[in-house]
Design a protein around this ligand. Structure first.
Ligand code: ADP
Ligand code: MG
Length: 530
């Protein structure tokens, strides 16, 4: 068969060779993040083009900042980014698992198993795991929830801070949970995060209500407002700038003055409208003209200007108000309610604190340098993600590889129901799951195989109904009951790791032809019909 002209300028690898190259790329990628897994994982120092440095132990951060050109490696990175978006955790595990699934698939290919048979077996195995989860999960109690939030921080920040941040994250998640007809909804973006450099990270705290680093437009306005009605304006209370191409024909000195006066009257009417509606608190996205401050103060309104759109949205959700573009258009039903609104000076900066019916919470991240504040902020966000997930779906699985070992044991029994090649693939899937406990052991300085065998043996001989709680506790450096030790993770994370890693591995297995355009290719030729 002659080459199609359009492929002349490309390097092509097909069949086995293509698969082998792709799997090598996947393994290389896994190699880059392997050493970060688990609480004893090592940190990586990342240095960007401009020499900026960052120390991280987070798989997805390493991968996203690496300059990876191999398309298959990029497919796996995308899977781990999806993992981060959906579950906020489990990114390293997802990459390790997909690479291991591919490595095991390659060994089957060498034995003459066709990739499509492997793909079928992998799909069955993933489904069998999903069905088996219900036998493994435990219901998340308050104590477990705290343990899971702490587990998500293990290795990322020192222990005292792990407990402190986990407790605040659980408290914050509870402050934003809403009961919906479809079930509880806990949206972590409803928690406002404020950062303050200076002081110790242990001073990081949670405030109920919304805190913004803002001051009221005039000091003459009351510092503290008791419960009342709030109006949110997506615009401002200001005179319009004259457009540059507008010419004002001023024939006598009084015209401009009366024009300005007219504008002010319009704005004062807007303030009267607020008074008529009974508004005592006002927040605008844009400005409020200086000469309106007195009128607002006299009207008994505490007002804020240049409040960001995202903060206005948080206020709207907390107070049940609707944003309106102009003041005149506001109706009574657009207004929200607040319990108290006050101004306090913290570290020399004025802050506006609004307490609302619908709860809401603000986390104040503190630290002595910008780096530590950033670290506190990221850790809190991770723990908050876990706490929110658990309020929505209160199901947990034991960590430390316990769940992967239990799933592998289940799959080996399940494989017996299949004939021939698919059975081999299901077993290969089971083996791949064990990459998690093996890597945890390795990063703890233990022998990966011996430790894995010990842990598996302990699950098998235990025989009790909680045998699947036994995993490797890397702090104790031996197999232990992970639930008792508080190493637990949301079901949602583990389920997503499995689904994402399988999906990524299957898409790589499906490729049997890779066409690389030569660097700097000439304009592609259009193939001619013969
Ligand atoms: P990922 O990016 O996949 O979340 P992490 O570095 O956060 O990777 O490591 C998560 C893994 O570490 C999970 O499998 C979790 O069960 C495990 N882990 C956390 N704490 C412990 C512990 N004390 N002993 C053993 N494993 C632990
Ligand atoms: Mg993690």
């Amino acid at each position: 068969m002659s080459e199609v002209p359009i492929l002349k300028e490309t390097t092509r690898s097909t069949g086995r060779e293509a698969l082998r190259n792709n799997i090598t790329a996947a393994m290389a990628l896994a190699g880059a993040v392997r050493s970060t897994l688990g609480p004893l994982g090592q940190d990586k120092l990342l240095i960007d083009d401009e020499g900026r440095t960052m120390v991280t132990n987070d798989g997805v951060t390493v991968l996203e900042s690496a300059k990876v050109e191999h398309p298959v490696a990029n497919m796996l990175i995308n899977a781990s980014t999806t993992q981060d978006r959906i579950a906020r955790d489990g990114t390293t595990s997802a990459v390790l698992l997909s690479a291991e699934l591919l490595q095991n698939a390659w060994e089957l290919v060498l034995q003459g198993v066709h990739p499509s048979a492997i793909a079928r077996g992998y799909r069955h195995a993933e489904e069998a795991c999903r069905n088996h989860f219900e036998n493994l999960v435990i219901k998340a109690t308050e104590k477990h929830m705290l343990a899971a939030a702490t587990t998500s921080l293990s290795g990322k920040i020192h222990q005292a801070m792990q407990h402190h941040l986990a407790a605040l994250a659980v408290q914050a998640a509870k402050a934003v949970v809403e009961q919906r007809p479809t079930g509880p909804l806990a949206d972590p973006t409803r928690v406002k995060i404020l950062t303050q450099t200076g002081g110790s990270m242990t001073d990081s705290s949670l405030v109920t209500g919304l805190v913004l680093a803002k001051k009221r437009v005039s000091d003459r306005m009351p510092k503290q407002m008791p419960s009342g009605k709030i109006a949110l304006v997506d615009g401002g209370l200001e005179r319009r700038e004259l457009m540059s191409n507008v010419k004002l024909n001023v024939s006598s000195t009084g015209v401009l003055e009366s024009f300005r006066q007219k504008e002010k009257t319009v704005l004062l009417e807007q303030i009267n409208h607020l008074v008529d509606l009974g508004v005592t608190l006002l927040a605008c996205k844009e400005g409020i003209d200086d000469d309106l401050h007195a009128a607002l103060t006299d009207a008994g309104i505490q007002a804020y200007r240049r409040v960001s759109r995202s903060d206005l949205d948080l206020l709207a959700r907390g107070t049940n108000a609707t944003l309106n573009h102009d003041v005149k258009g506001l109706t009574a039903s657009d207004l929200g309610v607040f319990i108290q609104s006050s101004n306090e000076r913290w570290n020399g900066v004025m802050h506006w604190i609004v307490e609302t019916e619908e709860g809401g919470a603000t986390f104040i991240a503190k630290g002595s340098t910008n780096e530590t504040v950033g670290e506190v902020e990221r850790c809190f966000a991770d723990a908050l993600g876990v706490a929110c997930q658990l309020l929505e779906e209160p199901a947990l699985l034991p960590g430390g590889g316990a769940t992967q070992i239990a799933l592998a044991r289940h799959l080996r029994r399940f494989a017996e129901g299949f004939a021939g090649r698919e059975q081999l693939a299901v077993e290969a899937f089971a083996d791949a799951l064990e990459i998690i406990p093996r890597t945890l052991a390795q990063n703890a300085g233990l022998d990966p195989l011996d430790t894995l065998l010990q842990t598996v043996a302990k699950q098998t001989t235990d025989g009790g109904k909680n045998a699947h709680f036994i995993g490797l506790n890397v702090e104790k450096k031996r197999p232990a009951d992970m639930v008792e030790d508080g190493v637990v993770e949301p079901l949602r994370i583990t389920r997503q790791v499995l689904a994402g890693a399988t999906e990524a591995a299957l898409s790589v297995l499906r490729i049997d032809d890779v066409l690389w355009a030569k660097k700097d290719p000439a304009a592609p030729e259009i193939p001619e019909e013969d």
